[in-house]
Write a protein that binds this ligand. Structure first.
Ligand SMILES: C[S@@+](CC[C@H](N)C(=O)[O-])C[C@H]1O[C@@H](n2cnc3c(N)ncnc32)[C@H](O)[C@@H]1O
Length: 416
């Protein structure tokens, strides 16, 4: 039966446990202002990876339809965001965002700001002004090999992550990020094997002998050369330009927050910080202006309780037909037709190929509750033909997302 479009502003993915996070679509400044009444002084860790002042336009490389997901290459690129070039504009955005971030942080909280050579010096001074020079902790150098080489100057192979505390009461947990180095520190040290067969090195300095076991965990320094950038074919890649590796975010999440605490990313992009927080039992808040982020988040956050917040208009919703039948205790629904915009899609792609995923659920006072969903993935490129939702009171709904990151919500009813 033809489904009726409905205006929805919140999509809730319930789990047995409470909702552990939220991703808010919109501008960082207005969304952070909106979080103040509930979260002022409550966030333990903020990581932000804002635009880099390149002036470039970035894309998301998408897989379209089951064939697109089966192939090894993405087959469609949609613009995701345009970076700022104007320094005044850039710094005024960062000043506004960082000022709000400071208010959201707990007294014992910390903030990491990811930049590169273009903005580094400017943002460092801004951070000194807003957070206080005394609260500067590190300028972390993240070294990687990827990217091109230059002959006009030395190749630029690092980013800078500025690390500040909210106050001197900050709660930093170095023990949570210790690891056994891949390469033992062998330089200038004598190698020994102890009676248990463990290898250790020793060095004499100032009349004392220092020994280091190869399998002893060590703490990272402020130069991070052990975490690679994502490779072209990395299975972690979502297709979103400038996606950061999960391992980088996991290190930050573990050392600067504890289980159950709130982690915030005001420029969430492909939701890497949110996934790192979720994997480590933290609660998360993300803000992002690009709607493609929602499609990625549905995949990366699957299985945990979370909410997506946005403003999905009901007008201009493509015509949609969903057939619903009643079974024992359940409604079963199938997506019969969806008149998606196919302009620019790879040749041969039809309207249903433009569907990235769809779900079945109920409209409640606090939003649309997803009961069952199907999303294309490499493992399961075909969408499931039928979704099921337990029979409850309330308006049965279906939501359909297209590959461009737009989602529409429809009231559906039993077939006559
Ligand atoms: C470098 S990317 C973040 C990438 C992210 N760390 C990841 O791993 O995917 C910067 C993000 O900031 C978003 N952005 C830019 N200006 C924004 C604003 N004013 N409010 C909210 N998001 C914004 C862009 O859409 C982009 O996704």
């Amino acid at each position: 039966m033809t489904a009726r479009p409905v205006h929805v502003t919140r999509e809730i993915h319930p789990s047995n446990r409470e909702i552990s996070g939220r991703l808010l679509l919109g501008d960082a400044v207005s969304r952070l202002e909106g979080l103040l009444p509930e979260f002022e002084g409550r966030v333990k860790l903020i990581y932000m990876d804002p635009p880099f002042m390149t002036g470039d336009r970035f894309f998301m490389r998408l897989r379209v339809g089951a064939e697109g997901w089966r192939g090894s290459r993405a087959n469609f690129a949609v613009p995701s965001y345009r970076d700022l070039r104007d320094r005044e504009e850039y710094l005024s955005l960062l000043r506004a965002v960082l000022t709000l971030c400071r208010r959201l942080l707990r007294e014992d909280g910390m903030i990491f700001v990811h930049v590169d050579y273009r903005a580094d010096a400017h943002v460092r001074l801004l951070m000194d002004e807003l957070f206080g020079e005394r609260n500067f902790l590190n300028e972390i150098i993240w070294v990687y090999q990827s990217g091109g080489r230059s002959v006009r100057h030395f190749s630029r192979k690092h980013d800078v992550i500025l690390f500040y505390a909210r106050s001197q009461e900050y709660d930093f947990n170095i023990d949570a990020v210790m690891s056994v180095p891949k390469q033992p520190r062998s330089n200038h040290m004598r190698r020994h094997v102890d009676p248990d067969g463990r290898v250790y090195r020793s060095i004499r300095a100032n009349g004392k002998v220092y020994t280091y076991y190869d399998d002893d965990p060590v703490a990272p320094t402020d130069v991070w050369a052990d975490l690679n950038h994502l490779q072209q074919k990395d299975p972690e890649r979502t297709g979103y330009d400038n996606q950061k590796p999960l391992a980088l975010l996991e290190r930050i999440v573990r050392c600067a927050s504890r289980e159950g605490e709130w982690v915030l990313d005001p420029f969430a992009g492909s939701a890497t910080t949110l996934e790192a927080a979720r994997r480590n039992g933290r609660r998360f808040l993300g803000v992002e202006r690009c709607a493609l982020s929602l499609n990625i988040a549905r995949r990366r956050l699957a299985g945990c309780g979370y909410a997506l917040e946005f403003d999905a208009p009901a007008e201009d919703a493509p015509a949609c037909r969903v057939s619903v039948r009643a079974g024992v205790g359940f409604y079963h629904a199938s997506l019969e037709a969806f008149e998606a915009d196919t302009e620019g899609l790879p040749e041969g792609a039809g309207p249903l190929d433009a569907v990235d995923g769809w779900s079945l659920g109920y409209l409640r006072e606090d939003g649309y509750h997803v009961m069952d969903e199907t999303l294309r993935t490499r493992r399961a490129p075909e969408l499931r033909e039928e979704l099921a939702a337990p029979v409850y009171d309330g308006q049965l709904m279906a939501a359909v997302s297209d590959v461009r990151g737009r989602t529409w919500y429809y009231a559906v009813a039993l077939d006559e």
